[in-house]
Ligand binder design. Structure first.
Ligand SMILES: [Fe+2]
Ligand SMILES: [Fe+2]
Length: 350
């Protein structure tokens, strides 16, 4: 009898507890639905500029918990932790010039033919891309597709070199870093473009299918002969520089589609943070630094394809060290020299 009573009381308590939890969950759910409804109605009414700032807020997501200022006075904006080259205005003009490496060997000629006639001209034809006066829509499609593909070879080559180093129990001599930096840089190009423009469902599907189709063949190619992949990327980057320089020309030429639609666009926050651009930079400035990045990828990959020995030191290692030195010295206001530094060391204020 007592046992039955105990069971009944226990069941009753469990039910009450469950009801309490359920009602709590219902309240939470309804409040979430309300906030979602508010968000949805606000989203539909918001203009394009607000939408971009809303996306930008994703990059400050990890700062949302605290409304207070950072104790070290740091700006609450997401920054990419990878060190990469920051282009000066003098370097930009030179870097954006189209340079072509004439193919010498039979293999080079085959790769160049494939890139120029099949990949580049074929892509222009199927995407209806007018090189002289492209529309904004065809250019966005092209940028999203190409940047999503361009991030693959660097990662494939970097991974292959990483596993090679592990397999052979020997150091890599700095190649992995350059290759991974290239992959990261291409991914940042993609993120920047995606912050400016939306990708349609068709674009996303094509991007996924392409990545699925090309990644394994590129891995196998790199295992068989790394020179083929580096040369292929070198010529692909040549076409990328050509495409971006044509886009820059179109944006700067009055009357073209891109001049009408893109010349007044502001640079997104993520791009200003990544390339340390000035506050009032425009989308045109971003396209120029992307073009300069592509020219660097072109030089790196042609250089790697020319290397006789795969175990020699990466010739770009000094550039990385210089970029690192500039990166930690960039925030000049944070550094003290001479007497001011000594006073800080002694614990005395200025
Ligand atoms: Fe790129
Ligand atoms: Fe590139």
């Amino acid at each position: 009898m007592q046992k039955n009573l105990r069971t009944q009381i226990y069941t009753l308590l469990r039910r009450r507890q469950c009801n309490f939890i359920r009602s709590k969950q219902r309240r939470l759910f309804s409040s979430q639905c309300k906030s979602e409804r508010v968000c949805k109605t606000e989203d539909s009414e918001r203009p394009e500029e607000t939408r971009i700032s809303q996306i930008e807020s994703q990059y400050t997501l990890h700062f949302r918990n605290s409304p207070r200022k950072h104790p070290l006075g740091l700006r609450k904006v997401w920054t990419n932790p990878m060190v990469h080259h920051i282009w000066s205005p003098e370097e930009l003009d030179e870097a954006c010039k189209y340079i072509h490496r004439k193919p010498k060997s039979f293999l080079d000629k085959c790769i160049f033919f494939a890139v120029r006639n099949i990949a580049y001209k074929g892509f222009n034809f199927f995407s209806r891309y007018d090189v002289k006066n492209p529309t904004a829509k065809s250019t966005v499609w092209r940028l999203i597709f190409l940047e999503s593909f361009a991030g693959v070879p660097g990662m494939v080559a970097g991974c292959s070199r990483h596993f090679r180093s592990l397999r052979k129990l020997q150091r890599d001599n700095g190649w992995i870093h350059t290759l991974l930096e290239e992959a990261e840089n291409e991914r940042m190009h993609l993120l920047v473009v995606l912050q400016m423009f939306n990708a349609s469902l068709l674009t996303r599907t094509v991007v996924c299918a392409t990545q699925f189709a090309v990644t394994m063949p590129l891995f196998l190619t790199y295992l068989i002969n790394p020179r083929i992949l580096h040369r292929f990327v070198g010529y692909l980057e040549e076409t990328a520089v050509y495409t971006y320089s044509q886009i820059i020309d179109a944006m700067e030429t009055p009357g073209t589609h891109l001049n009408k639609e893109w010349s007044d666009l502001k640079a997104p926050e993520i791009a200003m943070s990544y390339w340390h651009l000035e506050k009032n930079s425009k989308w045109l400035d971003v396209v120029k630094v992307i073009c300069a990045d592509e020219s660097h990828h072109r030089d790196v990959n042609h250089t790697f394809a020319n290397m006789e020995d795969w175990d020699t030191t990466n010739p770009y290692i000094d550039e990385h060290i210089e970029d690192c030195r500039k990166a930690w010295q960039r925030d000049e206001d944070c550094y003290e020299e001479g007497d001011a530094a000594k006073r800080s060391m002694d614990g005395k204020s200025k």
